[in-house]
Design a protein around this ligand. Structure first.
Ligand code: ZN
Length: 347
């Protein structure tokens, strides 16, 4: 019998996370219980570790953290159909309501009542996770647990990158964190022409160039205006994917875009930031805010691309057994890492 389990808990309202024993979750009739094999550490988890203003306002204490995971189903609620014990899976960590206009229209990712595992509800940094069967995404054999554990952020990248048609387009990505790098891989995979990624962190740009066929530009050293003629582009970029939340990056993007360019915004600015709206109006630029993943269209596209040659494994730079989680968080907090994956199989 499973009675209790290891879990990484925000146990106290201060910096840090603590490995504790917690009861194995009890599942309802429409839930499954998942034995967690691998988890990814997200920037969100680092905010929760740091216990910054956002975390203090958002996260209840105590809470099992974590939302990026892969594992296998070990228990099925009695009303669950179409899933089997032993099924390998990942899953959508946004728990949605079913009554809003958006949900009833099938636009589940736009449901205003969404709650996140590991943020508002008990999370995936544990040996076992309860999840509504609705949220389960079965994994094909071609996708191992390590990649399965980073499908949530890859989904952010896919959702952002597929916001606009990229076939034959010149694409500018601002922010060479793991999601920016994965978005570059997606842009390449779907047939963009030039893919340029900017940052001011040389390690991240190096990682980007190692993982994807992309042009890295350190905007602390080089102007985008010089890159455009170097790549023999006539006016500028057709599509921008803003992944940094940095105001200067957005300004640079607007300047580097063609008339009628399109921008998908995933990066979150730390607070209010001044925007030169007249430039956006006069350049007739379309802006789209991106939240989460389309449920489940993003998952479908992402898995299909992974089965068909999309390779993002290089973005994982650190792997630790879960008992060494503190080293994983240290790597994340250094700002020098790509994705960090924790292994729960020996927990
Ligand atoms: Zn995440």
């Amino acid at each position: 019998m499973r009675n209790d389990m290891k879990a990484l808990v925000k146990a106290e309202p201060r910096e840090g996370l603590w490995m504790q024993r917690a009861p194995v979750p009890e599942i309802g009739p429409e839930d499954v219980l998942i034995k967690v094999n691998r988890t990814g550490i997200c920037g969100t988890d680092v905010h929760i570790w740091n216990w910054d203003d956002w975390a203090q306002r958002t996260v209840p204490v105590p809470l099992i953290t974590g939302h990026e995971f892969a594992g296998e189903i070990v228990e099925l609620g009695r009303a669950v159909e179409g899933l089997e014990l032993g099924q390998r899976c990942s899953g959508e960590g946004h728990l949605i309501g079913k009554t809003s206009r958006q949900s009833r229209a099938g636009k589940f990712h736009l449901d205003p009542a969404t709650r996140g595992i590991g943020v508002n509800e008990q999370g995936a940094f544990a040996q076992y996770l309860r999840l509504p069967a609705f949220n389960v995404v079965p994994l094909p054999d071609a996708i191992d647990d390590e990649i399965g554990a980073i499908l949530d952020p890859l989904g952010n990248a896919v959702h952002t990158a597929l916001s606009f048609d990229l076939v034959g387009e010149d694409v500018l990505i601002t922010g060479a964190g793991p999601i920016g790098i994965m978005a570059a891989a997606v842009a390449r995979h779907v047939g963009a022409r030039h893919v340029v990624i900017t940052d001011v962190n040389p390690e991240r740009l190096e990682l980007a160039a190692r993982v994807v066929d992309v042009v890295p530009v350190n905007v602390a050293e080089e102007e985008l205006a010089e890159v455009i003629p170097r790549l023999k582009m006539k006016q500028g970029f057709d599509v921008g994917l803003e992944m940094s939340g940095n105001q200067r990056a957005l300004d640079q993007m607007v300047e580097a875009l063609v008339m009628g360019g399109r921008i998908a915004l995933l990066g979150i600015p730390p607070g209010k930031s001044p925007v030169d709206w007249s430039r956006i109006v006069f350049k007739a630029i379309t802006l789209k805010g991106v939240y989460g993943r389309e449920i489940f269209e993003t998952w479908y596209k992402m898995i299909a691309m992974l089965e068909n040659g999309l390779d993002v494994r290089g973005v994982i730079t650190h792997r630790f057994a879960v008992d060494r989680f503190a080293e994983g968080f240290a790597a994340m907090r250094s700002g020098q890492s790509g994705k960090v994956v924790l292994d729960w199989t020996g927990a």
